[in-house]
Design a protein around this ligand. Sequence first.
Ligand SMILES: NC(=O)c1ccc[n+]([C@@H]2O[C@H](COP(=O)([O-])OP(=O)(O)OC[C@H]3O[C@@H](n4cnc5c(N)ncnc54)[C@H](OP(=O)(O)O)[C@@H]3O)[C@@H](O)[C@H]2O)c1
Length: 242
Amino acid sequence: MDVTGKTVLVTGSSRGIGLAVAHAFDQAGANVILHGRSPLSADLLKTFDKEPRVLNFDIADQEAVEATLTALYKEEDFAGIDILVNNAGITKDQIVMGMKPADFAQVINTNLTGTFNVTQPVFKKMIRQKSGLIINLSSVVGLMGNAGQANYAASKAGMIGLTKSLAKEGSKRHIRVNAIAPGMVVSDMTDALSEKTQEAILQEIPLGRFAQPEEIAQTALFLAANDYITGQTITVDGGLYI
Ligand SMILES: NC(=O)c1ccc[n+]([C@@H]2O[C@H](COP(=O)([O-])OP(=O)(O)OC[C@H]3O[C@@H](n4cnc5c(N)ncnc54)[C@H](OP(=O)(O)O)[C@@H]3O)[C@@H](O)[C@H]2O)c1
């Protein structure tokens, strides 16, 4: 797919990987719709070639998601979303012995159910458009599991199942659905880990470093460019899961 002039919604694009993905699509000539829970700063919007539109909602709040996207699609001059990047996500790490059920539920409700909440209304429109691309930000942890991240790993493994199912449901209407499974990426999410934890993880990464968000964004552009890939999970992890 040539992304020039295509409309791309990137959830959780106020910072980190989502912001890098949004910048990459903007630089490739797409029209970007940014998203976060709170309004984004004017300075951030100025970093884009074409001024992006911004949507604000909590992806875990199904009614808010539905209301915002329904209003967007009703706008007279709105041509539709060509590419959806489901990137918004959270962690609430704790070993299972100490994990509060509410923290398990919050991570599933945000990462997995939240992805469904945004995807469903967009996917319905893509089915009618007979075209579309969805990219889900899973994690290598969804493939390999991780002590202290049972909730997060379950949510990210769920996103892989969702990706494959959507790819099967969308294929006849030319909708491709893929996932990216990053390893460790420099962002607020990994900055929150203690130095000791970051150092221990670094020892496990064969390429000896965390990824830059731009390296994940490149993968999203690659998945957009190649029209013959669907239902796949592309691992970008410096060899962590060899
Ligand atoms: N960093 C890594 O090493 C890594 C590795 C593998 C996978 N991933 C995945 O990649 C994605 C991005 O990670 P990141 O490191 O860039 O995270 P980040 O820096 O913490 O940014 C998270 C983004 O998600 C948004 N968000 C969080 N909860 C939301 C909610 N309930 N509703 C709407 N927006 C919400 C945040 O928006 P606000 O501005 O509203 O907070 C922010 O834009 C996540 O899905 C993460 O699981 C990250």
